[in-house]
Design a protein around this ligand. Structure first.
Ligand code: ATR
Length: 471
């Protein structure tokens, strides 16, 4: 076989599926894994694709099997392993070669690694890959950060392996340095918010209206044919409908109510805070997962305060319609927050992130893929200036129509004692966002009272201090 066009290091779930995807699209790929047995098993199971896969037992052989200048995708566990393997690869690579970190890196690590490799003759690219196992195998959404020349070199392969939305590849160069991994982080933050809001609606129907999983599945399935059409709503219906072979019950009813998290949603919330951008729905979704993990504490609290009230909500057609609109309005608020964080990061790191393009490459392949993202892409691309999503005409129309439902649903849930942290954060974010005169005048008064921090006046310029009454 002639030399491979690309190398892939790391044959975990994501790496092996990505390697098969590359081979299937007609590109010869050299593969290597720290534990050599995995490389052997992977190759044995690759079927017809074996003719375009070069399994390598050592790093030296792996590098030798790739045609220079070499693009090498690194798909190992995020963190220390990436630094270790960059150092190991450096021993074997030549000037012009490129290391593409496709793992779930923190974008600040990506910026550091990029800087560390500057001047070495090697190029470093941070690439966000979304879509899970299935996405990696059949077409993920690919978010690339690094030098534009590097993107131009690897673009043909990446566009071949990416998901497609009406023929358009869901892969793009988003900016230098950590831009790709940052956008992936925000994608995951939005994903947490989407999933939490869906779970809260499920909670209202389960605990408020006393509905069975199958009945709730019917509702989500119906919604998936409307404006909420999305992968997450679709799989929610399927998850709710699946039965457990062992107990005969709905599988969802035997799953422990403690959510795991790998950290990327938390990074999104942390970055939003560091940049001073309110992203309360995303932050709340992360916090809700943390609270879900505190099972013992929650059981003790339920014992201390009493079990929740019996179902008290009548889920008639009007209420179900309200729930659908509530989820839509809350989704707009959550996405608006995520996009606002990206806009701030774009100016802070001088990435010039193409927000319309971000929405475009999220339309297929990734976990938050949806019809809704097409509307975001169109709305951003129609706007001359970067604007807050809530101020783009298409979304102003959606919010004007759907936000009263969100308000009614949150009010009803709060009244019934049903937790709706993310939906509640969405409506209160919207209300605070659209309030021309807020209440921070009182905060400024308090700050000046105890700390002489000063304040602006509405009727004059300059900084002022109050002559406060003191007892
Ligand atoms: P996934 O979820 O895709 O399976 P992961 O757990 O993030 O992946 O990473 C697993 C991959 O990272 C494996 O290929 C693993 O190699 P081994 O099969 O040898 O365990 C690789 N990996 C983890 N730590 C590594 C390290 N320090 N050096 C090299 N590869 C490492």
């Amino acid at each position: 076989m002639t030399k491979a066009q690309i190398g892939l290091f790391g044959l975990g779930t994501m790496g092996s599926n990505l390697a098969l995807n590359i081979a299937e699209k007609g590109h010869a790929v050299a593969v290597y894994n720290r534990t050599a047995e995995k490389t052997g098993t992977f190759f044995e199971n690759a079927g017809d694709l074996r003719e375009r896969i070069v399994p390598c037992a050592t790093l030296a052989e792996f590098v030798k099997q790739i045609k220079p200048p070499r693009p090498i995708i690194l798909m190992v566990q995020a963190g220390k392993a990436v630094d270790e393997q960059i150092a190991a690869l450096r021993e074997h690579l030549d000037a012009g070669d490129m290391i593409i970190d496709a793992g779930n890196a923190n974008f600040r690590d990506t910026i550091r690694r990029y800087t560390e490799l500057e001047g070495s003759g090697l190029t470093f690219v941070g690439m966000g890959v979304s879509g899970g196992e299935d996405g990696a195998r059949h077409g993920p959404s690919i978010m690339v950060g690094g030098p534009e020349e590097a993107w131009i070199r690897i673009q043909p392969i990446l566009e071949d392996i990416a998901a497609r939305f009406h023929g358009e590849p869901c892969a793009a160069w988003l900016g230098p340095g950590g831009a790709g991994h940052f956008v992936k982080t925000i994608h995951n933050g939005i994903e947490y918010a989407d999933m939490q809001m869906i779970a809260e609606i499920y909670g209202i129907l389960r605990d408020g209206a006393g509905m069975a999983p199958g009945e709730i599945a019917d509702i989500f399935e119906r919604w998936n044919a409307g404006p909420l059409d999305s992968y997450l709503v679709e799989i929610t219906a399927t998850v709710l409908r699946t039965r457990d072979a062992a107990s005969g019950k709905a599988l969802v009813d035997v799953i422990a109510d403690q959510a795991g998290q790998k950290g990327t949603g938390r990074w999104a919330a942390v970055e939003a805070q560091l940049m001073g951008v309110p992203a309360t729905t995303i932050e709340t979704a992360v916090a809700a997962r943390s609270l879900s993990a505190e099972k013992d504490l929650r059981l003790a609290a339920e014992k201390a305060y009493g079990a929740p009230a019996a179902p008290s909500i009548t889920a008639d057609a009007a209420f179900i319609d309200d729930l659908e609109n509530a989820l839509l309005a809350a989704k707009v608020a959550a996405y608006a927050q995520g996009f606002a964080v990206m806009e701030e990061a774009s100016s802070e790191f001088r990435w010039n992130l193409p927000l319309g393009m971000v929405a475009r490459i999220w339309r297929a392949g990734c976990i938050i893929r949806s019809q809704f993202l097409s509307e975001i892409a169109t709305a951003y691309e129609a706007s001359a200036e970067p604007a807050h999503l809530l101020l783009l005409p298409a979304f102003m129309k959606t919010m004007s129509g759907a936000s009263p439902s969100l308000r009614r649903v949150v009010a009803r849930a709060v009244e019934a004692g049903l937790p709706v942290p993310a939906l509640g954060a969405a409506v209160t974010y919207f209300d605070a966002f659209r309030q021309g005169r807020g209440t921070a005048n009182l905060i400024q008064g308090q700050r000046d009272f105890f700390g002489a921090h000063g304040f602006d006046r509405i009727d004059g310029s300059g900084e002022h201090h109050g002559h406060w009454l003191r007892t």
